[in-house]
Design a protein around this ligand. Structure first.
Ligand code: ADP
Ligand code: MG
Length: 407
């Protein structure tokens, strides 16, 4: 890696500010419902604490809009973390100010402190230099382990690096960059990329970038209807991005010209979409699906919309996945949140797990779907960065990575 890594720092007795991604999901009572993001930071934390560093952790949680919000306090995370690492984790109910300074000044080797939610200050997302300088003043070194926030130039991901001696990538950050970067740039072949999810517009650059690396691209999810329609196939009432038909058609044709295979679904699970008068938690009308059935070809009748890939498509995709040596997957094959339409996603997950290929999955909903399938243990790497993984795959420079000290 061209950037300084945590292993390159001599951390004993030094104060190390670590940006982590503790943006954990909370339930209505404020309880943590999934601690995978906390666990993902443990290798870096254990390493620092075992070597006698004085660790100051900082993170954001939710969207508090620049002012303190007790419902988005990181305090419960401090307790949770302490239970995981079997050491006390101190907590200060601010990320700046006298209380923090005092607590930092009495930290001993191997002590760990968690600061309050960075986004209680507007200056964090505004990448305010003074805010960044004050954060940096607590530490000798900065370690960024928050891959999921690295696509944003915020004070705690980018600004802070200007005010510390050295800034290095933590172990989680290194792992993300290795799998999404090196592994996909130099894949064992055949390399099959699977793309699905909601919108073509979110993913067109990812598709382009994967087309350059992968041998075969399998398309599913709602984006397949824009692809099919661009090829003149009837898609009924399925989600289509009309303004992306041209670019989708061009992508499809340029892939063929380069000898790459883009596969589109050859059959579907379809249903009639009915808006009820009932509202969900966010005040949107709850949608129900009726008359679910399989189509016998790739076209869809008027009034029906595609909600999952069909059984013939599943079999065809499984055949292509079986001999692969590398698989990258982003985007569910159907509306997997509805158990009647999760079959395509779960069947593809099974094929990926059974193929024995190096398998890398990125994207918030995709990772959720893999957890729901129960096959997460059989995947080589699940990325923790939703938006960040996609921006990285598009080939964009991540500000939080670019700002680290060059080796
Ligand atoms: P990720 O977060 O992994 O990048 P996306 O956000 O792009 O994935 O897509 C996930 C969403 O796509 C899911 O909520 C899923 O319900 C939706 N989706 C997948 N297939 C369809 C479909 N056929 N029609 C409507 N929505 C779909
Ligand atoms: Mg998503």
């Amino acid at each position: 890696m061209p950037k300084l890594a945590l292993q390159d720092l001599d951390v004993r007795g030094r104060r190390v500010l670590v940006r982590v991604d503790f943006n954990v999901p909370l339930n209505a009572e404020g309880g943590i419902t999934d601690d995978s993001r906390i666990r993902a930071a443990l290798p870096t934390l254990d390493y620092l604490l075992e070597r006698g560093a004085r660790v100051i952790l900082c993170s954001h949680l939710g969207r508090p809009k620049g002012k303190p919000d007790p419902a988005l306090s990181l305090r419960p995370v401090a307790q949770w973390l302490s239970d995981l690492i079997l050491r006390p984790v101190s907590f200060v109910d601010d990320c700046l100010g006298e209380k923090v300074e005092k607590t930092v000044s009495i930290l001993q080797n191997g002590d760990c402190l968690l600061l309050e939610n960075l986004r209680f200050y507007l200056q964090e997302e505004a990448n305010d230099p003074e805010f960044a300088r004050r954060l940096a003043a607590y530490a000798d070194f900065f370690v960024n382990d928050a891959f999921g926030a690295a696509h944003r130039a915020h004070a705690s991901t980018e600004g802070v690096t200007r005010f510390v001696q050295q800034s290095a990538a933590g172990f989680l950050m290194q792992k993300e960059l290795k799998f999404l970067g090196e592994e996909l740039a130099n894949p064992q072949r055949p390399f099959v990329a699977i793309l699905g999810g909601a919108k073509v517009s979110d993913k067109i650059k990812v598709i382009e970038s994967l087309l350059a690396k992968a041998d075969t691209l399998l398309i599913g999810g709602a984006m397949s209807y824009t692809f099919l329609k661009s090829q003149g196939v009837a898609v009924g009432a399925s989600l289509v991005e009309e303004d992306r038909l041209d670019i989708t058609r061009r992508t499809f044709e340029s892939a063929a010209a380069r000898g790459k295979k883009i596969c589109l679904p050859r059959d579907h699970v379809v249903a009639r979409r009915v808006e009820t008068d009932r509202l969900d938690k966010k005040g949107r009308k709850i949608v129900e699906f009726q008359d679910a059935q399989n189509t016998s070809s790739d076209s869809i009748e008027d009034g029906f919309c595609g909600v999952d890939i069909g059984p013939q498509t599943v079999r065809a995709y499984q055949e292509l996945i079986r001999p692969s040596k590398t698989v990258f997957w982003n985007g569910p094959m159907g509306i997997f949140e509805n158990k009647n339409f999760a079959g395509g996603t779960f069947e593809i997950a099974r094929a990926v797990a059974e193929s024995g290929a190096r398998s890398i999955i990125g994207g918030g909903d995709s990772v959720k779907a893999i957890h729901a399938s129960g096959l997460d243990g059989r995947i080589t790497f699940l990325s923790t960065g939703g938006g960040a993984s996609l921006e990285f795959l598009e080939g964009k420079t991540l500000p939080g990575v670019a700002a680290l000290t060059d080796k």
